[in-house]
Design a protein around this ligand. Structure first.
Ligand code: 5RP
Length: 235
């Protein structure tokens, strides 16, 4: 089975948790896109749900698939968010933001009663950090912010190269990647994050950091699709 088929399987399993009338957070990325497409098929067959998209890309996908959308200004909570991840550890701590949507993804996850993470099982890791940690920053004063981030890394026992993310493909190819919120992303190659909650707290305290890709305590469960079938891990 291809990676893409595994992603779709994970999305299909998470769809079983969706009930009529639910208010849903809709994640970003190739796995979340499968979920939105499958949800659209259920909506066409009569399911009534409303969604809050975590990116402009997901907004476009949901509109194309006929999924009704709202905002967190119009509703006061979400029942369930379904989103992908770049890495998932056994505590269900996550690295997210490979697609650059971490800020809206975290706002939506925080407003949600439950979050199901969907992924192919290559995302399951014993320790977070092999995937570069995305850190969303304000362009102003970036030098000072980078120095503060390096200090936070040292205090948390990690170190590694940082690079401002560049856009890939399209007419923005090679230019600085700009998030939906108008910010930049610094990707940090840390290798091994031994204290994800400690690092998350230290990064959140830096003024130029808008948000970071460590999702601690957000995921209620993970649906992992692999060659041997589907595994559901509950927190
Ligand atoms: C986007 C994300 C994605 O959920 C993450 O990058 C996983 O993407 P994919 O499902 O394409 O592997 O955090 O910001």
């Amino acid at each position: 089975m291809t990676m893409d088929q595994l992603k779709r399987q994970a999305a299909a399993r998470a769809l079983e948790e969706v009930r009529d009338g639910m208010q849903l957070g809709l994640g970003t990325g190739s796995t979340a896109k499968h979920f939105v497409e499958l949800l659209g098929e259920r909506v066409a067959a009569g399911l009534k749900v409303i969604g809050v998209p975590t990116s402009e890309a997901t907004r476009a996908d949901a509109e194309r698939c006929g999924v009704k959308l709202t905002t967190l200004d119009e509703i006061d909570h979400l029942d369930l968010t379904i989103d992908g991840a770049d890495e998932i550890d056994p505590e269900l701590n996550l690295i997210k933001g490979g697609g650059g949507a971490l800020l809206r993804e975290k706002i939506v996850a925080a407003a949600s009663d439950r979050m199901i993470v969907i992924a192919d099982d290559s995302k399951w890791v014993p320790t977070l950090g092999k995937f570069p940690l995305p850190i969303e920053v304000i362009p102003f004063g970036l030098g000072a912010t980078r120095r503060a981030i390096e200090k936070a890394f040292a205090e948390c026992g990690v170190s590694g190269q940082m690079a401002v993310r560049k856009a890939k493909g399209g007419d923005k190819d090679g230019h600085v990647f700009v998030t939906d919120g108008g910010h930049w992303i610094v990707d940090a190659q840390l290798g091994r994050i031994t204290d994800p909650p400690g690092l998350a707290k230290a990064l959140s305290a830096i003024p130029g950091v808008v948000e970071h890709g460590l999702f601690i305590g957000f995921a209620s469960s993970a649906v992992l699709a692999g060659g041997g079938g589907i595994r559901v891990i509950e927190r």
